[in-house]
Ligand binder design. Structure first.
Ligand code: SF4
Length: 358
């Protein structure tokens, strides 16, 4: 799903604590992502710097070194932790190239809960190789008191990868419908809105336009390992500035920021990632509250499910589905040796290219 691991950063060039200090104390959601955040030896210090700045701070990890998160959870029990998990047993191992990943992650989250963690869960990327386990995985997470968030395959410059596409799009979409129905049957408001998020994922999987226009560069940004601030992590041409050399206000004001917001408004990528879709679903002025579009869909369909009716999927046009890809399935990378490709400082950090997300 991503080749960041083949393009490791040089630690001395990575974003510093002093740069992260420049982030103002007005952030709603701040996601510390990767690569793999637990590889930063000063992750605990990073969390100490950003924790007071945001209502919710999240660490997205592969979950293979949960012990590195233990001191953080002890100190900040309400921090949000999500471990990438693509399925049970072999499914997870084959997709992620892990050895016994499922057991390590489940045990890791249990340990973090024992230490006081309150917002712990799994994150799965819906794809051909795991979609049949999707609903069972969700039920497993629920039954064990863990959260479960989903995304779908995307292409992005940050991933160094541009060939992530589903193959059997219709099969994926129908399974996500099942997940949505299960989420709406619960008594969790969070799950109901996740159902809407998954509705957007169906559109993404089928190659259709986003449910809600993108708010990149206005309601969210992506800070890369070199402190470069981009409108999002998909398009490398939407560079707004550099937080190590500029102030936060300089990055967000001025002609360049205005021009990039205009480019975002005209962007025809159909990405629907957790962080960006969640932001689009929320009110600009009161980010804790949803916009009217998701709110009305949630209320209507929660009611329908409560009275025994099926969910209304009319937001999806099943006559407009991109054809399945006629290429062979990718090989498994499990237990395969790769030569490390180191990116040099003189590079512009990313292999430039077009990133199409249909
Ligand atoms: S829709 Fe365009 S601007 Fe928004 S996140 Fe996707 S690529 Fe970036």
């Amino acid at each position: 799903m991503c080749y960041i691991w083949q393009n490791p950063t040089v630690p001395a060039e990575e974003v510093t604590l002093a740069t992260l200090e420049k982030i103002p104390h007005v952030i709603d959601n701040l996601n510390i992502s990767g690569g793999e955040p637990t590889l930063r030896r000063d992750l605990a210090e990073i969390v100490d710097v950003v924790y007071p700045k945001a209502r919710v701070v999240e660490i997205s990890s592969n979950g293979l070194h949960p012990e590195r998160l233990e001191p953080i959870v002890r100190k900040h029990p309400h921090i949000k932790i999500r471990f990438s998990l693509e399925g049970f047993g072999d499914t997870n191992n084959q997709i992620r190239g892990e050895d016994d990943g499922f057991a390590i992650k489940v045990e890791g989250l249990r340990k973090l809960r024992e230490l006081g963690g309150t917002d712990l869960g799994f994150a799965a990327v819906i794809q051909d190789g795991n979609v049949d386990e999707l609903v069972s995985l969700y039920e497993f997470a629920r039954n064990n008191g863990f959260e479960f968030s989903t995304s779908a395959l995307h292409n992005a410059f940050q991933f160094h990868k541009n060939d992530n596409y589903p193959y059997d799009r219709m099969r994926l979409a129908r399974q996500v419908e099942r997940l949505i129905t299960e989420m709406l049957k619960t008594h969790s408001v969070k799950a109901w809105f996740r159902a809407y998020m998954n509705l957007g994922l169906i559109r993404k999987i089928l190659g259709q336009d986003r449910l809600i226009p993108c708010t990149a560069a206005t309601d969210f940004v992506f800070i890369d390992p070199w402190s470069d601030v981009y409108a999002c992590n998909v398009r490398p041409d939407l560079l707004m500035g550099n937080l190590s050399r500029q102030s936060w206000d300089d990055v967000f004001s001025g002609q360049l920021a205005t021009r990039i917001r205009d480019q975002v408004a005209a962007c025809n990528q159909n990405c629907w990632m957790v962080t960006t879709a969640r932001t689009a679903m929320r009110s600009h002025w009161a980010p804790k509250l949803p916009k009217m579009q998701p709110l009305s869909w949630v209320l209507k369909n929660r009611l329908r499910v409560t009275v025994g009716l099926s969910v209304d999927f009319s937001a999806i046009d099943y006559t407009k589905v991109l054809p399945d890809r006629e290429v062979s399935l990718r090989p498994s990378f499990f237990q395969t040796a790769f030569k490390r490709v180191v990116q040099h400082a003189a590079d512009s950090h990313y292999r430039q290219g077009e990133f199409f997300n249909r």
